[in-house]
Design a protein around this ligand. Sequence first.
Ligand SMILES: Nc1ncnc2c1ncn2[C@@H]1O[C@H](COP(=O)(O)OP(=O)(O)OP(=O)(O)O)[C@@H](O)[C@H]1O
Ligand SMILES: [Mg+2]
Length: 444
Amino acid sequence: MTDEQINNLKEALQFSPNNAVLRKMLADALFNLTRYNEAENEFKTLIETDASSSAKTGLAKCFYLLNKIEAAHILLDEILKNEPDHAEANFYFAKACFSKGDYKQAKQSYDFASGLNDDFEDLDFEQQINQKLRESGMAVANLTENLDENDEPFFADMEKPKINFSDVGGMDKVKEEIALKVIHPLTNPEIYKAFGKKIGGGIMLYGPPGCGKTHIARATAGEIKANFISVGISDVLDMWQGNSEKNLHSLFQKARNSTPCVLFFDEVDAMGASRSDMRSNSSRFLINQFLEEMDGVKHSNEGVLIMAATNSPWYVDAAFRRSGRFDRIIFVSPPDIKAREEILNIYLKDKPTDNIDVKAIVKNTEEFTGADMKALVDIAIESKLPESIKQNKVLPINTTDLKKAVSLVKSPTKEWFSSAKNYALYSNEGGQYDDILKYLNIKK
Ligand SMILES: Nc1ncnc2c1ncn2[C@@H]1O[C@H](COP(=O)(O)OP(=O)(O)OP(=O)(O)O)[C@@H](O)[C@H]1O
Ligand SMILES: [Mg+2]
């Protein structure tokens, strides 16, 4: 477009300033002439009458090219929330992320954009990202193709937990189910085999935050002196497409090479979550890969106990719950009064205390989680520290300290139950969430 045509457009817009089509033409023309400052102004005006993603993307591109990276990043993020498949927005988002030094996200968004639309293939840019990823020590998909099977995935640590079931207060039913489902098959494989019981599958724990899901998974490993590998699914998903399957495989291999081993997947809901998710294709792929590894078709999972935890079982892909997989789904409820007493005693065990009336404290901790009970002890100890330092001696904590702490703790379970209740009432296929209703005393 020539200068003259641009002037004509501007003139026309003086007569009809709200004409979005004309405004868009003008903004695009200015952009193409690399007059980004002027284009920015036109896009801003345009958005007042037309808040479409194409107008917003135009503005975001101006921001980016004018080196207003933060503004571009925020705007693109917003566009992608509403329209995750917007190729151009993904492309510029990748650029903005790159400028901000978030190379992993840059790679992911770039791959996604170029996969959606060839126009956004930019080999120079791709090389730059890969270079940065290499420099920062992260594996790049095509570099790790020959990755040795036994190479360690870099996001998983292995430990031998020192805690066991005696460090877990309450949860008697959960302990029993874990014993039946995973511990006995491991310690008495002949008996299970003799009865023709297939060993394998896993346990999925669900419930409100802080009630001990992660804690009991770790204690399970300690109970049978097994290795423990804990991995957040979001860590796996965070790996960009193409490489996550490899990481998942080497993760399982690591567990298979370290039997007995508890392989624990935390926040497993993230894997099946939100279909409109930007990475939906790759996550579908990943789910299949996960199920294949879990089924142990190519490599035996003997001696590997697979456990998973989630706050939102309703988001977990149904394929996970099929028989032989996570076919035991266990509700980890907040501790009842007896369990709260036990938990408090566990955390007071090695602390300097003065005649504590545990029963009196626990009475006022309705709805507290295990984490809350632990917090009571932490808060009480903290309150004693300044005075102890001053007097240069250890002052034991007492009932009053703990009672004071009770008033400071705010439990998060109410919120969880208010949404869980809806799932249990209206999306309770096969009675899978009956335990929630039972806990809430709701009759079906
Ligand atoms: N039953 C319990 N016995 C002893 N300690 C507990 C118990 N429940 C929770 N805790 C303590 O609270 C902390 C937090 O619990 P944990 O991380 O296991 O909760 P979670 O259910 O996994 O929560 P989230 O859903 O947020 O991951 C644990 O590290 C542990 O110290
Ligand atoms: Mg947890």
